[in-house]
Design a protein around this ligand. Sequence first.
Ligand code: GLN
Length: 288
Amino acid sequence: MKDFRDVAKAGVTVEALFRAACFDASELRILLEQATGLSRVQQITRSDHSLTVEEAQKLVGLLERRDAGEPIAYITGIREFFGLPFRVSPDVLIPRPETELLVERALAVLPHGGMLVDMGTGSGAVAVSVAHERPDAVVMATDVSEAALSVAMENASQILGTDGRIRFCQGNWFEAFDAGMSFDVVVSNPPYIHCEDRYLKEGDLRFEPENALTDGADGLAALSILVEEAPHYLKNGGWLLVEHGYNQAKAVQEMLAQRGFTAVQNWRDLAGIGRVSGGCWRERGNAG
Ligand code: GLN
């Protein structure tokens, strides 16, 4: 492959840039849009546009960042999730498509006018998607990271408008809110990767906040706090739904059953991997 620095020079046309095949074409489209303001359609209809000095410099800067492994979403500052444009920064995990399953399951069990909390909201992807889909719902979101909460708040106001529909609380898991609060749904995509998993040192993950990816232990520590504590904050018949790793479905379902959840089950993501588990909390027969 040709070096993009030799191709992306002032005067080169958009067409010649793609013809040179100096970079992954779909990534080049995204970064070229960032550098020139030409939409992906315009890059085709106006492919005879020649890059200005400034555009070429900007493009090379973006390609260099990507070449060094920085995630596309951090470079553009945006990632689509559940059909909505979420702003992302290195303070938050980049929303993953498989997490849309968590939103779908939450929507399925959330009663009309119900209350949901998203624990460890990060960019706010789950909380904002639920609130967007269900204007009747009361949605709360927590995170231990103030920087993450500010990204989530910005997404809430950009996507939902500044109507204050989501209440944000800062704190470590359930320390974020007062005893006595109770929800129809507690939902979370916690850090669940084993701290020694080499996957943490690959691809996008190298650039993401470590405490959003791993609990610093075996990957089940945060999940077990959620399973242990959630019943104190669930209404009778309320649901706990959590995302987990590809090999954690059995362990998480066992924890849920052991804690006294009923209707414990697991759902597979589009790749066929057991990705979300949950259970229903019934007061009767559960001493707590
Ligand atoms: N699903 C993410 C990944 O595997 C991890 C997200 C998480 O730890 N909650 O890249």
